[in-house]
Design a binder for this molecule. Structure first.
Ligand code: SF4
Length: 202
């Protein structure tokens, strides 16, 4: 089996869907097998494509606030892994960024995610990550969140709406999300980072 370093080298030189990427391949991810929390995002936007730093934008600032994490902890790759569904900027359509390229998750997730042997919590950010990590959820993000809140579904996996400013209207229409679920999310995050080192089944 290839080492993590070799896998990451292959990811960083990947050109699999280069023909579909308007700015060319530039995978943006954060990964170390010791990470306790996986942030499953969507895909880099233009700003993140330029900086090469995941969630280095307004979405990231809100996400860190939701998670209750400082920049220092959020960017500690031994604690937090960040794997968007598409690692490269997919381009922009009429109503915002295009969906993450499907080849990316199909190719890289089955190789990378099993390397996270200390994984305690996966945070599925936005509908593309939710569709992948919670395939049984066919409804809206609000419905998935309410089910998660009301029925105590898998505590190791939490869906989130995308923290983009484009979702401000959604957040205004669903005030229970920040009032009720964010405290729970922060608690889960703190627990995941402080738990012992026993291997996880997730
Ligand atoms: S989006 Fe993913 S599959 Fe496509 S070139 Fe980038 S790393 Fe490769």
């Amino acid at each position: 089996m290839a080492s993590v370093a070799a896998i990451l080298k292959d990811v960083r030189t990947c050109t699999l869907c280069a023909g579909h990427l308007p700015l060319g391949p530039r995978p943006v991810l954060q990964f170390h097998p010791a990470a306790r929390i996986l942030i499953a995002g969507q895909a880099p936007g233009r700003k993140v494509h330029a900086s090469g730093v995941p969630f280095d934008d307004a979405s990231g600032a809100r996400l860190r606030d939701w998670l209750g994490l400082s920049q220092e902890v959020f960017y500690d790759l031994r604690r937090i892994a960040i794997l968007p569904m598409g690692f490269c900027y997919p381009g922009t359509g009429r109503s915002g960024d295009l969906p993450p390229r499907p080849e990316c998750a199909q190719t890289w997730r089955p190789i990378l995610v099993p390397q996270l042997r200390q994984l305690r919590l996966t945070v599925a950010v936005g509908r593309y990550a939710m569709a992948h990590h919670l395939p049984e959820e066919s409804g809206s993000i609000a419905e998935a969140l309410l089910r998660w809140r009301d029925h105590g579904t898998d505590p190791r996996l939490m869906p989130l709406p995308h923290p983009s400013p484009r979702n401000n209207l959604w957040l205004a229409r669903h005030p229970w999300f920040e009032r009720e679920l964010i405290p729970l999310l922060r608690q889960r995050v703190a627990e995941a980072l402080s738990e012992g080192d026993q291997p996880s089944s997730n």
